[in-house]
Ligand binder design. Structure first.
Ligand code: AMP
Length: 393
């Protein structure tokens, strides 16, 4: 099915064509007509499925009617969990709306708020924001919701994980009852369902499984490794397999800095991003990584959320995530929208239970590779595929 059959007008179709999108993804085929018809929506979709365009395009279509914007007012609000995702989503809004005369703005904390306040004075059509700073602005009466038409909660599960529920409730409480609400989440937990029921009214529900997404081809494999050999193994793989680029996930901030210096000692230049670095330095490092100037980026899970890099060929779980959803989400950073990618996990004996949970969730065992000189002292057994973590029983 071509984009032109979805009910979007020419300026939007042209912007999409400029980006080289030839056909809508599965979520776009389902979500765009539903949103255009004015219905509320609950969508279970992960990063990499084309979910951002699935809500941004119909919102642009709906807002594209001549209207005088009042000061300090917005017409669409897209709430996201992190600064990085906010920046990414707003960049998409700007691209998709380049042939329209709609305004957009990104707003997040950790930076001076004065410029954001100034920008709001003239009103904005589409605001992409993180919850905390948005509430600040509301409290300071720099922003009013009385003309809001559409609310989007993007990556709702992650916003709840990050503890934003109170902020979200305070925001929702202030919105006009007469509005369209769209909720996107990578997973549908009880908490997300509860939130969805609070914001939505008679919503259309759709779900795209990773399999039916943009068919990312992700080659997943793992290496079992003793904990104290991980950095040596990483250097070995980078050199032996001649990796061009990798996004490397690590659990703790201080370990990220340590790994960067261990790699550098072996002649591999890397940088780290984590919550402890300033916004400016995170943005600089990300830009370098995106441009290819920086080849190896070590990131803690939260800092990495929202990183959207086209053609990211490889992610490495230096530390295996505790949650299998996080594993799925991380590997979704590669092999986006049809491209092929590779996801490699380092698994130590201590990670055995996590591995069982992840492989059970995937429904298959991840291929193991062995490298000379990296035999393990502590063997990781083969997983039990019907493993259920204790707290879920
Ligand atoms: P998302 O799931 O929104 O994070 O999007 C993942 C990636 O897919 C982004 O880099 C988009 O630019 C890209 N994308 C979105 N829709 C399409 C499409 N219909 N065809 C090709 N690429 C797309």
């Amino acid at each position: 099915m071509p984009f032109s059959k979805l009910g979007l007008s020419d300026p939007i179709l042209k912007a999409v064509a400029d980006l080289g999108y030839t056909a809508p993804t599965s979520i776009q085929k389902q979500a765009i007509p539903a949103i255009l018809s004015g219905r509320d929506l609950i969508a279970v979709a992960q990063t990499g499925t084309g979910k951002t365009a699935s809500f941004v395009l119909p919102i642009l279509e709906a807002l594209n009617i001549e209207r005088k914007l009042r000061g300090k007012r917005i017409r669409a609000l897209i709430l996201v969990p992190t600064r990085e995702l906010a920046i990414q989503v707003e960049a998409n809004v700007a691209e998709y709306s380049k042939y329209l005369s709609l305004s957009s703005m990104v707003m997040y904390g950790g930076v001076d708020s004065e410029a954001q306040k100034q920008r709001l004075l003239e009103g904005v059509d589409i605001l992409v924001a993180t919850p905390g700073r948005l509430l600040d602005m509301v409290y300071q009466r720099a922003l009013h919701f009385d003309e809001l038409e559409v609310l989007v909660l993007d990556e709702a599960d992650r916003m709840l994980d990050m503890g934003f529920i109170d902020d979200i409730n305070k925001i929702i409480h202030r919105l006009p009852g007469q509005r369209q609400s769209l909720l996107f989440s990578a997973t549908m937990t009880d908490d997300v369902r509860y939130l969805a029921d609070t914001v939505n009214d008679d919503a259309v529900e759709i779900s795209v499984s990773p399999g039916s997404a943009t068919t990312p081809k992700i080659d997943q494999w793992l290496v079992t490794v003793d904990k104290d050999r991980k950095s040596a193994l990483l250097s070995h793989l980078i050199n032996e397999l001649q990796w061009d680029q990798a996004l490397i996930f690590i659990e703790k901030r201080h370990a990220a800095a340590k790994l960067v210096s261990q790699l550098e000692k072996r002649g591999i230049k890397a940088e780290a991003i984590h919550g402890g670095r300033s916004q400016a330095s995170r943005e600089r490092v990300l830009a370098e990584f995106k441009s290819g100037e920086l080849r190896f980026l070590v990131a803690t899970g939260i800092a990495a959320r929202g990183i959207d890099i086209d053609n990211l060929t490889r992610v490495v779980n230096y530390d295996l995530p505790y949650e299998s959803d996080d594993y799925i989400h991380r590997i979704g950073r590669t092999g986006r929208a049809g491209a092929s990618g590779e996801a490699i996990s380092f698994v130590a004996k201590d990670n055995f239970k996590n591995l069982c949970a992840i492989e059970s969730r995937l429904g298959h065992i991840i291929a193991r590779k062995e490298f000379e000189g990296f035999d393990v002292k502590k063997v990781v057994p083969v997983s039990i595929l019907n493993y259920v973590p204790k707290n879920r029983r």
